[in-house]
Design a protein around this ligand. Structure first.
Ligand SMILES: [Mg+2]
Length: 269
């Protein structure tokens, strides 16, 4: 972990800040030591930009409130909710096959999307703890029948506090792609641009005057760099890695033709 003073010094001289959530502000449901100080340094000019593909911003705001951290839901941008907003804007009223949490399913209905198992316009993949063979069968066939495939985040796994891996959204999407072969799909979460743009919009600052603070070079760092946003890395120092398809894994091979979308091996939302 970096020295706190060193990191806080780097946060000076910016107009706004984007903070990753897990591994940056929180770990295992507990606040990390620098979280409160970083948010204080940001003086309300910040947004939390998270690849979380399971919870709604309101749920995360409530969780932070339980930790005595007051962050309005409006300042929390999550990959799961943003994916559904994007689908509802691009395909209003669409029938969609949802592989996600109950909270995100409810949000989809609020956005006037119509959850369905067949003849769907889109397949939306989030972190679905109830992922199953049947869901995989439905999703793969829907995509092969022309449904657009939206993936909330590209992370294959993230670490748990106990050291075990937690399967993430990208691994579920990879299973679908293993069935369908080379088809186009859209990734909404980091390192793609969408969440960064939404975060900048929330903060109201220009990219070049904003700092992204994160713990993942592949998602937070690479995505910020593409956007012209300065990146401050906290947590364990890791070599900077350029995301790339995993060779030899047929589930990931379609990447190359998918506009730079990448599945990330060890993401941390
Ligand atoms: Mg993280």
């Amino acid at each position: 972990m970096r020295a706190r003073t060193e990191m806080l010094n780097e946060l000076e001289a910016a107009d706004g800040y984007l903070f990753d959530l897990d591994g940056t502000l929180l770990s295992g449901g507990a606040l990390l030591p620098d979280a409160r100080a970083m948010l204080a340094e940001a003086r309300h000019n910040f947004a939390i930009v998270s690849n979380n593909a399971e919870h709604l911003p309101s749920q995360i705001a409530a969780m932070l409130a339980d930790l005595s951290l007051d962050v309005p839901a409006e300042r929390i941008v999550t990959a799961g909710a943003e994916t559904l907003k994007l689908v509802s804007e691009e395909l209003p009223g669409a029938a969609i096959l949802l592989l996600c949490s109950g909270a995100l399913s409810d949000f989809a209905v609020q956005r006037k999307l119509v959850p369905s198992d067949e003849r769907v316009d889109a397949v939306v993949v989030g972190r679905d703890r109830n992922f199953s063979y049947e869901k995989l069968r439905l999703a793969a066939n829907a995509v092969l029948n022309g449904a657009q495939l939206f993936v909330a985040n590209p992370d294959l796994t993230h670490p748990s506090p106990g050291g075990l891996i937690v399967p993430e959204t990208g691994s579920l999407a990879a299973a679908i792609l293993a069935c369908t072969g080379n088809v186009p799909y859209r990734v909404v979460g980091k390192p793609e641009a969408h969440l960064f743009r939404r975060g900048l919009s929330v903060v109201g600052t220009e990219a070049r005057r904003t700092i992204m603070v994160g713990d993942n070079h592949e998602t937070d760092g690479a995505g910020a760099a593409r956007m012209g946003i300065r990146y401050v890395h906290i947590g364990e120092h890791k070599p900077s890695v350029t995301p790339s398809p995993t060779t030899g894994n047929p589930s990931l091979s379609p990447q190359a033709e998918c506009a730079g979308n990448t599945m990330v091996r060890k993401g941390r939302p």
